[in-house]
Design a protein around this ligand. Structure first.
Ligand code: IVH
Length: 698
């Protein structure tokens, strides 16, 4: 063959194959047999491999996938990919139509109506008619470049087939997996002993986000187009209906079930029609979409926040089914929260077999009145966790047992505490509980806690999963985490392993406040940790604290002060100001667990130690309480307070025996008298300045 003839033959084969592809995958109307198609395909493959100079990214042979990528590149959408507002009730649809009519001043509106595909939104950019880039929606502003994967989808044309193609054409739509392809895939996965997917949507998502596009090629995905993004130059199109016609002419699949209707009756009629058709559709949908047909009106209506005013998604109600509660289990989440979960007789709902449904929390169990043995209605919507909606009380067995939250964590046996303010129950074994390990380690290592640079999520996952580390104390256990062992982990070069060992070693020397914060005690953030550190001064003092007594004292003081306030009397000095009884109880529970104390003991034995608190002003007023009264000549009260605190001191609102100094300005009142009565030293602004400079002793 001459090179001219060769080129011509290759071009002809590519064109023919794309046409047959289109007939088969887009129009569902093949002209030739599979065998004939395969023969053409092999001929092209042969010619291309003999003549690599003829390579073309848009050749049908390129649909088989390419070598894996290290990661997906980020793509910024030239026009954001927004979302749709949802409507569930007919009334919401009527309100949408009314808003549209009022805004454009028309009596009746024509709508383009379409199924709402339950897949993944993607954007396809064609340059001079050739597929140049395809990306996921991501957060709407930027997504992932999945071009190589999208090329493997047969219903996506690699080259546009329209007559006059714009220089740039962005087509938007959904990637999904047909139900028949999904079932076939799951059968194949099961046969090979590989993981099966819960529904077509997850299968589509998992297949599209493969770094190895050869895997995507082996999964049958489909693409349905529903709109345009950037188009340059813009062809003359007046309505969404024309847009879809135009897209179809360029070789894309658009929903056969699309239609054009008028007014609310038209919309609701379409909703019912598609609802009835839903079980027979070849793909999953979760509702229908209504779009004002006129593009001029669409433009006039515009957008509010992240959704168009000219369109709405009318969703189908979540699917429900009944089942029987075989038991109520309690799961412990990574933050230690206990969640009651109903174990169910398997039931098919919302496209998957459900065996568990969340009961959220104890209040929900009580409100819904769920017991073991109850017949319940279960709901599953989209990708959300199935939940128990209500009990069919008529079917309750004669004898049922009331569900109670366990008093001990089902995972680590630590005590369970109730968090009043959140109606939640949580495990108090935070440092030790296997359910909370990853979370505890990540928090422990975080910058404001022990500040172990380089100990991030990926690493913690590996350390825990490989049983290299169970509690924070294991980090400092010399034999466990050597640079050598660390270097054996994924994404860990020898150099970073060494750096991590150094970072861990360096973190041993910390402050008491950071350490307390690092323990991850519920309710104990940095501020509370600082107050505790300041109050107790040493770890031993903190561990020796009698929390029952402290809580009782706190509550007594609080009550007393309510009375005093009512009588306009001087309030008593608060105990552990800034820490309420609920926080104190949480701290008490934490230190009440032998498991936690053991980990703390190990941490200290592995060399964790405390330096004096780091403070900008040098901490000369550390441990001192001052009271400000009257007007100071040279600084505002806020400034005085800030400077005292910067030096480690505390400013209190009332004078007591525990006050170290009263700083008095002009027109000082009762506080000054009280200070004199109690024998508390009184100083002026100049005295305060001296103190701040020298840190003079009381
Ligand atoms: S039009 C401004 N039409 O629904 C947004 N979206 O909530 C215009 N979706 O992620 C979107 N089927 O991918 C439109 N026929 C359809 C759709 C559809 C499914 C998805 C879309 C987006 C989400 C919007």
């Amino acid at each position: 063959m001459t090179s001219g003839a060769l080129r011509e033959r290759v071009a002809r084969l590519r064109e023919q194959l794309e046409q047959h592809n289109h007939r088969y995958y887009v129009l569902d109307d093949p002209l030739i047999s599979d065998a004939e198609y395969d023969a053409l395909f092999r001929e092209l493959q042969q010619l291309e491999s003999e003549h690599p100079e003829l390579f073309a990214a848009d050749s049908p042979t390129q649909r088989v996938g390419a070598a894996p990528l290290p990661e997906f590149a980020t793509v910024f959408h030239r026009q954001p990919m927004l979302s749709l507002n949802n409507a569930f009730e007919d009334g919401e649809v009527a309100a949408f139509d009314r808003r549209v009519r009022e805004a454009v001043g028309a009596e009746h509106i024509e709508y383009a109506v379409e199924p709402k595909f339950d897949g993944l939104a993607v954007s396809l950019v064609y340059e001079d008619g050739v597929l140049a880039r395809g990306a996921t929606r991501g957060d709407g502003y930027s997504g992932e470049d999945v071009t190589a994967n999208l090329r493997t989808i047969r219903s996506i044309p690699l080259r546009l087939s329209g007559k006059a193609v714009p220089r740039v054409l962005e087509v938007r739509g959904e990637v999904l997996m047909l139900r028949s392809d999904f079932e076939q895939l799951n059968r194949r996965q099961a046969e090979r002993g590989e993981k099966t997917f819960v529904n077509p949507r997850n299968a589509a998502a998992g297949s599209l986000r493969q770094l190895d596009s050869r895997i995507t090629a082996a999964r049958r995905l489909s693409f349905f187009a529903y709109g345009l993004g950037e188009v340059e130059p813009r062809p003359q199109l007046d309505s969404q209906t024309q847009v879809l016609d135009f897209i179809g002419k360029n070789g894309f699949k658009v929903a056969r079930e699309r239609d054009r209707v008028r007014g609310i009756p038209g919309l609701l009629g379409y909703y019912r029609r598609i609802g009835e058709l839903r079980p027979e559709l070849p793909y999953d949908i979760d509702g229908v979409v209504y779009k004002v047909d006129s593009l001029a009106w669409q433009q006039q209506l515009g957008y509010v926040s992240r959704a168009p005013r000219f369109a709405v998604a009318h969703k189908f109600p979540a699917e429900e089914a009944t089942s029987v509660v075989l038991g109520i289990d309690v799961q412990v989440g990574r933050t230690g929260v206990l969640t009651p979960v109903a174990r169910l007789q398997p039931v098919f709902v919302g496209g998957v077999t459900v065996t568990n449904a969340t009961l959220h929390n104890l209040d929900q169990v009580r409100a819904k009145d769920v017991h073991e043995g109850d017949t319940v209605v279960v709901r599953r919507a989209g990708d959300v966790i199935p939940e128990v909606v209500r009990v069919v009380v008529d079917k309750r067995p004669a004898q049922v047992r009331r569900f109670e939250m366990p008093e001990q964590c089902p995972v680590c046996q630590s005590r369970v505490e109730r968090i009043e303010s959140e109606a939640a129950y949580r495990c108090t074994g935070g440092l030790y509980c296997p359910a909370q390990r990853k979370q505890a380690l990540l928090h422990f290592a975080s910058r404001r806690a022990m500040d172990i640079e380089g100990l991030g999520e990926k690493l913690v996952d590996q350390l825990v999963e490989r049983d290299m580390v169970a509690t924070p104390a294991d980090l400092y256990d010399g034999g466990r985490l050597t640079a050598e062992k660390l270097a054996g982990l994924e994404r860990m070069a020898a150099k970073s392993a060494e750096n991590l060992v150094t970072a861990i070693d360096r973190s041993r020397r910390t402050t008491l406040a950071r350490f307390i914060y690092a323990l991850g005690i519920y309710h104990v953030g940095e501020e509370v940790a600082k107050i505790l550190a300041r109050h107790f001064g040493t770890l031993d003092a903190l561990l020796a604290a009698d929390w029952e007594e402290l809580i009782a004292e706190k509550e007594r003081l609080q009550k007393e002060n309510v009375k005093r306030r009512a009588k306009g009397m001087q309030e008593e000095e608060p105990l552990l100001a800034g820490i309420g009884p609920e926080i104190m109880r949480s701290v008490a529970n934490f230190f009440g667990q032998a498991h936690n104390l053991e980990v703390i003991d190990q941490l200290v034995r592995h060399g964790v130690s405390f330096a004096a608190e780091e403070r900008s002003g040098g901490g000369v007023l550390s441990g001192k309480t001052l009271v400000l009264t009257g007007t100071l000549p040279g600084m505002s009260r806020d400034e005085a307070k800030a400077r005292i605190e910067a030096a480690g001191g505390k400013v209190s609102g009332s004078v007591s025996k525990r006050t170290d100094y009263v700083v008095a300005g002009s027109e000082a009142g009762s506080k000054l008298e009280k200070a004199r009565a109690l024998g508390v030293p009184v100083i002026e602004e100049s005295g305060l300045l001296d103190l701040l400079q020298s840190g003079a002793e009381k």
